[in-house]
Write a protein that binds this ligand. Structure first.
Ligand code: GAL
Length: 787
């Protein structure tokens, strides 16, 4: 297996003539690194996706000008990639295939000027056999044409070969692509049965040798079967005393499949898997006989400042930040993810709801997946399942999000067809979809065709559905859609829907949403009061590029407000509200807003506390402002503590957590009034890095006063530079209204903070000295090292 990722690809935007021909001179093209997203470089411009259009999904009836819907980034149009390939003469007897983890979108792959195949959906992985097109023993040319139509996405899709590419040369006797399927139908304390189906393609009689190793690498089971001709070979192995894949100890086994010709190994595939049992019932979900509720979030695929180009370390950081909050599940809305996400969720013990589509036949946008559905849905769905079925983290397949076919007569048939495809590929996981028109989906029989219907934004109806359909297994497939901007507090604090302000921001009191949404507190109550619900998937874990609701018709607004975490990966206040519910074992006490309000002396400021303590006492400059206790009779006092009107005076606001008897628990949180900007502080998430050209350090930059208090209004420009074997990929503060380019070493603080992303160089280890400058302040304290 050879990685074709890296910085050896030539790229050009546009559609030059004969671009697939080896003879064409590409010296004027740029050299880029794959995974590559050509659009993240910008510039942001409302004209990039300025279409008068209807987003049917949002119930719009008239065409309107949607400005930042796809982030205002230039992802539309055609781009070409070319890569010279040295193919050894010895490969003349082998089958050579190229594997694309994801290309956005409508890709056509050429080899030596001849078309090999095409794959329109940007989110599924695909492979092509290059053998008939290659000239072994010399240089060959791989070329890929990418074309992104306008009006094809409701969020920022990215553009280009944005995931990894691999080349593989195999013996004519080999395991078919994604040809190993592992299930664990019987898991007990004493043993687990591991059933393996291996698809073998061969031109001669061979044997299939299968070996299972436990998480420590010891061989624990093996089996050999003769394979006289191309076939699907079935094997059943037994593992004694299995270590199970659990959320707290996600034990991972490996299964090595070898094709042997006499004594010679001619092909080998290693597949990681987990031994675990899933049980879904109308009263809950069990993982290995332990009840687990989905404390889930929906995630789009972009990686914030890095755009859509996949970076393993950036994926890991997102998962780490979410897991720290108590999140135990991710819904890959609304498309299959990069394989890196599933690999990491396997390792960390995060459950995944793997989703295929945002549209079936009825369009949400003019040039979306509905145009591809009839020709491609089966291929895309099978590709998703075959690639992902061995990941223990994946627990459900979702065939659609709010598909508009949900209320139409033919919707039921389509659902039955897609569900059958899933069951055909994998009988072990239930099939689901998320509905925002439950009545339509129930009436046309669509919801009943699924193993598990998911409800989007319907906490008010859970009880009614339960009464009507007591046998149904149900969960909140999409919840909340609370909107906020990190660090922006707007007074008074109150529930607002579809509320727009000239600032282009939403309030961080975490009470605002579009008309279909609601604050997190409402879903907490619905889930807590209805223990049969399997849990929820919040819209969304992180902010993402595009869909800047409620500012979808306004400019500038380039990124979403939905995230619990902002575009940089900085937690918003809401993060602590979730943590207080989702990690009851860890004390959480979070006080908002910040306490730097010059000019507001004597005015009322609401103070909210997100905590899992029973109550708390608030003090301003040492004076008690009273005790608040959680109040189950008031939806907005049940999960948060509120002091509606604290008269502002600069100084120190302090909160002390109390138990049910009003005794201090020992936890305290403080907000202090900041003075003038006086110094920058830096903190790198990792200082020891791998010199592989992929590893990243995420550096948080804060503007503080002389006492180290963050200056919440600091918005100065920042410049980051490095000396040593690394480069600055991006600097930004996460302001959804910012139109400054994200990549490069310039950025701007937003509410006193910014993030710099630093990448190592391949094969050049060494010391990396980082310098951060902002409005005359310089900090050189961040020293990294790559090995
Ligand atoms: C949902 C939809 C998501 C996103 C969200 C915003 O209805 O499924 O994709 O658009 O609304 O609130």
């Amino acid at each position: 297996m050879r990685s074709l990722s890296g910085d050896t690809w030539c790229f050009t935007c546009g559609d030059p003539k004969d671009a697939a021909e080896p003879t064409v001179d590409d010296t004027g093209w740029s050299t880029v690194r794959v995974p590559h997203d050509w659009a993240i470089a910008g510039p942001f411009d409302s004209q990039n996706d300025a279409q008068h259009t209807i987003i049917h999904a949002d119930g719009e009836k008239q065409a309107r000008l949607h400005l930042g819907r796809t982030g205002g980034l230039p992802h539309q149009g055609v781009g070409w990639y070319r890569l010279p390939l040295d193919i050894p003469a010895a490969w003349s007897s082998r089958r050579v295939r190229v594997i694309f983890d994801g290309v956005m979108s409508h890709s056509i792959v050429y080899c030596n000027g001849r078309e090999v195949g095409s794959w329109p959906y940007g989110y599924t992985s695909f492979q092509f056999d290059l053998t008939p097109f290659l000239l072994p023993g010399g240089q060959n040319l791989l070329a890929v044409r990418v074309a992104n139509p306008s009006n094809a996405s409701r969020w920022y899709p990215g553009a280009g070969i944005y995931r990894n590419v691999l080349l593989e040369a195999v013996d004519p006797a080999h395991i078919a692509p994604w040809g190993v399927a592992i299930t664990t139908p019987d898991v007990q304390d004493a043993f687990a049965t591991v059933v393996v189906r291996t698809e073998v393609t061969t031109d001669r009689a061979v044997t299939l040798q299968t070996v299972i190793r436990d998480p420590s690498g010891y061989e624990v089971a093996s089996d050999v079967v003769p394979v006289p001709a191309s076939t699907k070979a079935d094997q059943t192995l037994t593992v004694a005393n299995p270590e199970r894949w659990n959320l707290d100890r996600p034990a991972l086994y490996t299964l090595r499949s070898r094709i042997c010709d006499n004594e010679q190994v001619v092909d080998e595939v290693v597949t990681r898997f987990g031994i675990r049992a899933l049980k879904f019932t109308p009263n809950g979900f069990w993982l290995n006989d332990r009840p687990v509720r989905f404390q889930g979030v929906c995630m789009h695929h972009d990686l914030g400042l890095l755009g859509a180009a996949v970076h393993r370390r950036a994926v890991e950081r997102q998962v780490d930040i979410l897991q720290e909050m108590g999140c135990n599940a991710i819904r890959t809305s609304h498309n299959p993810p990069a394989p890196e996400l599933l690999e990491y969720c396997d390792e960390k013990g995060i459950l995944v709801l793997d989703e295929a589509f945002d549209e079936w036949r009825v369009p949400k946008v003019a040039n979306g997946y509905s145009n591809l559905f009839d020709a491609w849905a089966e291929k895309d769905l099978r590709a998703m399942i075959r690639r992902d079925r061995n990941h223990p983290c994946v627990v459900m397949w979702s065939i659609g999000n709010e598909i508009l076919d949900q209320g139409r007569p033919e919707g039921r048939e389509t659902c039955r067809w897609l569900t059958a495809i899933c069951h055909d590929e994998d009988s072990t996981r239930p099939v689901t979809a998320g509905f925002n028109d439950p009545d339509g989906a129930i009436q046309n029989g669509l919801a009943g065709e699924l193993d598990i219907p998911g409800w989007n934004y319907r906490p008010a109806r859970y009880a009614e559905f339960r009464e009507a359909y007591p046998d149904w297994i149900m969960y909140g497939s999409e919840t909340e859609s609370c909107v906020s901007t990190r660090g922006e507090y707007v007074f008074p604090a109150k529930i607002l829907r579809d509320h727009e302000r000239s600032s282009g921001h939403c309030s961080a009191y975490e009470l605002e949403s579009p008309c279909w949404g609601y604050p997190p507190d409402i879903e907490f109550a619905a889930q807590e009061d209805r223990p049969y619900m399997l849990g929820e998937f919040v819209w969304t874990g992180f902010d993402y590029l595009g869909e800047p609701t409620p500012y979808k018709f306004h400019w500038p607004s380039r990124s979403s407000y939905f995230g619990i975490v902002d575009l940089c990966g900085f937690p918003k206040d809401r993060y602590y509200l979730y943590r207080s519910q989702w990690r009851p074992e860890v004390p959480t006490l979070h006080l908002l807003p910040h306490w730097s309000w010059p000019g507001r002396e004597g005015e009322h400021i609401p103070v909210h506390v997100f905590t899992n303590a029973a109550g708390a006492e608030l003090f301003l400059n040492g004076q008690s402002l009273g005790i608040r206790r959680k109040d189950a009779s008031d939806p907005l006092r049940r999960f948060r503590l509120v002091w509606d009107a604290v008269t502002y005076a600069p100084g120190e606001l302090r909160v002390r957590a109390l138990d049910t008897q009003d005794h201090p628990t020992g936890e305290e949180a403080v907000q202090r009034t900041a003075g003038a900007s006086a110094r920058l502080t830096l903190s790198a998430d990792r200082i020891e890095l791998v010199a592989n050209g992929d590893d990243l350090s995420f550096l948080t930059i804060r503007m503080c006063d002389t006492d180290g208090i963050v200056c919440p209004s600091a918005a100065q420009p920042v410049v980051v530079s490095v000396q040593g074997p690394a480069e600055v990929l991006a600097v930004d503060g996460g302001d959804p209204t910012s139109l400054e380019p994200i990549p490069g070493c310039h950025g701007r603080l937003f509410h006193g903070m910014a993030l710099a992303v630093i990448r190592t160089r391949a094969n050049v280890p060494g010391e990396i000295f980082v310098t951060v400058e902002s409005s005359g302040f310089v900090n050189t304290s961040a020293q990294l090292r790559s090995f």
